[in-house]
Design a protein around this ligand. Structure first.
Ligand SMILES: [Zn+2]
Length: 477
């Protein structure tokens, strides 16, 4: 199974390849295009010509503008809209709604802080659209940033979009690659403070094992826990229900459908720093709902990069790394809110250690789901795709700690018996292969997971195919 589609030069997991696929964000069916309409000469080009494609797009679209934002409370909901454009002729709008805010909380809100947090959220949201053309200039017409603010944004782009630069063969390290200008007429805000009980913790739940471990471990420490759900689907809702937590804060985002249209016409696509977006959004929710702490599930292995490109490390999980956490909190303290901290209680745990803890929480075993293809199979009934590195990785870290039959109940089959997953196993464990662009553990700990799984299988006297292969490669060497 190769990484790239030979028709559209997108990664397999993102490729429509002539069939319609389901986009996660807006649940719309999009068809793979047959023409290069809209981008003329720069439609579908071989990988070797990707650089030329970017050059042409950057020339045709010289400036990206973060034009404006608006926000209001309506019927207990907080409605936000962001307006972006790419000169000369592209316009976009994102809508976000934060639901069910009690009136007494609305009354305590400080308007300048709210505006500042909304403005900053737009700085991350804009990257979804900027990536279409990689325009050489970003003009932030809607607001102003300090020197530190500009430096912070630049870092989020250069580190958080590393995978996008690598996959599109963009030289982001050369001088003058990106100019960022802000509006000097606008105010630069300083950080404010909130009044809140320090034992209240807000926990974003993605539906995977890591956030469940955070939720259960923080339960004993906190006086009150709230759950934050972003664009919630069935697994997140199930996890929230099982947790018995009462305060569930929900945010929904509607991305401009024009984005998907342009992607399907061959404009640039790729990974954006989603956890950075979620950090700003959760900070806003924590401010409105008065939580002084936000506990993310950012594990130790998020610090390990995938590969080197243009002499820089590229890390799919950078916006979950210690580096991001540190610079985010430094910036937050000075320019956003002084006393709402973002942290990760599982920062020192490896994926394997997290899997061991998670194996105890049997009540969640039939609810959790962290395969990124799950919603492409069915938006209403998402399930493990059983054909990706992430599915194999989660299966392998849980294998040492669960009965094989219980693991098969969760996934629907024994993934170690699937011969077609051998290339993914190699990508997860071999030093010669690049680690997949997925939220998976370090190679060292995946090797340890496979070793422990092999031991277990030997005890049962039945060694599945992938573990036999692993034994050949690692033990008998
Ligand atoms: Zn999968």
């Amino acid at each position: 199974m190769g990484d790239w589609c030979s028709r559209c030069y997108r990664r397999n997991s993102n490729c429509a390849a002539g069939i319609s696929v389901l986009r996660i964000d807006d649940s719309k069916e999009i068809n793979h295009p047959k023409s290069t309409e809209g981008v003329g000469e720069i439609g579908y080009l071989p990988v070797s010509k990707k650089m030329k494609k970017t050059t042409l797009l950057r020339k045709k679209y010289p400036e990206f503008v973060y034009e404006n934002y608006s926000y209001k409370f309506k019927n207990g909901n907080f409605l936000i809209s962001f307006y972006f454009s790419i000169k000369p002729d592209l316009k976009f709008k994102t809508d976000i709604v934060l639901k069910n805010i009690p009136q007494k909380k609305i009354e305590t809100i400080d308007e300048p802080t709210l505006e500042n947090l909304v403005f900053h959220l737009g700085l991350i949201e804009m990257l979804n659209y900027w990536k279409l053309t990689c325009s050489p200039k970003i003009f932030i017409e809607s607001g102003n940033l300090s020197t530190e603010g500009k430096r912070f944004l630049r870092k989020i782009i250069s580190k958080g979009m590393g995978q996008y630069f690598y996959e599109n063969k963009i030289d982001f390290t050369r001088r003058g690659f990106l100019k960022i200008e802000t509006n000097p007429q606008k105010r630069i805000y300083r950080a404010s403070k909130i009044e809140a009980d320090s034992r209240k913790i807000l926990i974003p739940i993605g539906g995977g094992k890591d956030s469940i471990v955070v939720l259960e471990s923080e339960k004993s420490k906190a006086k009150k826990i709230g759950i934050f759900l972003f664009n919630p689907k069935t697994p997140q809702r199930k996890v929230a229900k099982i947790s018995k937590i009462k305060e569930i804060i929900v945010a929904q985002r509607k991305i401009d459908p024009r984005l998907f249209e342009l992607n399907s016409k061959g404009y640039l696509n790729g990974h954006v720093p989603f956890s950075a977006f979620l950090s700003f959004l959760t900070l806003l929710a924590a401010y409105i709902f008065q939580y002084p702490k936000v506990a993310f599930a950012w594990e130790k292995s998020a610090n390990e990069p995938n590969l080197k490109y243009k002499k820089r490390w590229i890390n799919h999980q950078w916006s979950k790394s210690s580096e991001f956490e540190k610079i985010f909190n430094e910036y937050r303290k000075r320019f956003l809110v002084q006393n709402i901290s973002i942290y990760s209680p599982i920062r020192n745990l490896s994926d394997l250690e997290i899997a061991k803890i998670f194996s105890q929480f049997t009540q969640y075993h039939n609810a959790f789901l962290s395969c990124n293809n799950a919603y492409k199979i069915s938006a209403k009934r998402p399930k493990w795709c059983l054909k990706c590195p992430k599915c194999l990785f989660v299966f392998s870290v849980l294998y040492p700690f669960l009965e094989e039959k219980n693991l098969i109940k969760i996934f629907g089959k024994n993934l170690f018996e699937d011969r077609s997953l051998l290339p993914f196993m190699l990508k997860l464990i071999s030093k010669k292969e690049k680690k997949p662009f997925e939220c998976v553990g370090t190679k060292k700990e995946t090797i340890l997971a496979f070793s422990l799984a092999l031991k277990q299988a030997k005890k049962r006297n039945k060694i599945p195919f992938l573990l036999k292969k692993f034994e050949e490669l690692h033990i008998k060497k």
